[in-house]
Design a protein around this ligand. Structure first.
Ligand SMILES: [Fe+2]
Ligand SMILES: [Fe+2]
Length: 151
């Protein structure tokens, strides 16, 4: 693809953000106490990896290798949801992830307006929709577990 300077610079920012999402969800899948939350973070991480691959390919760079969290990278059941400190720690991870999704969704929204190619715009829009869906998944988990105070 032939990008303008502005498009290239936006793609680099999006790539950095997606890389951060992949790293963050991998880390949070490890740190979460509730096995359901671990799985949720791992599911989201996989789609962040796809976003990262899409944006990296647009930049004409070698896409990163896809990988799964397995074995000791992803310790199994460690159910401490009756432990208030564990639940508080999980809530913190959810709040932070939710902020990240808002931020990334905003970055896609800004970027969409700057791209010339209609097909690229559509793809950016699709990724933005996925980020909003991540936000919804996290919100649903928090609401179900009494972690979210409606105002
Ligand atoms: Fe993403
Ligand atoms: Fe996301």
């Amino acid at each position: 693809m032939n990008w303008t300077q502005k498009e290239t610079s936006l793609l680099k920012d999006l790539k950095d953000q997606e890389q951060l999402c992949v790293d963050k969800y991998a880390e949070y899948a490890k740190r979460a106490h509730d096995p359901e939350l671990k799985q949720l973070f791992e599911d989201i991480r996989r789609t962040e990896q796809e976003h990262l691959q899409t944006v990296t390919a647009w930049l004409g760079e070698q896409p990163p290798q896809a990988w799964d969290l397995v074995g000791d990278q992803y310790p199994g059941v460690n159910h401490l949801s009756n432990d208030p400190a564990a639940k508080e720690a999980d809530k913190y991870l959810c709040q932070d992830a939710l902020c990240t999704e808002k931020e990334v969704s905003g970055a896609y929204n800004t970027s969409i307006f700057e791209f010339r190619d209609p097909q690229v715009r559509r793809q950016l829009h699709q990724i933005q929709g996925a980020e909003q869906q991540h936000g919804e998944m996290i919100y649903q988990y928090m609401a179900k577990n009494g972690m979210y105070q409606a105002q």
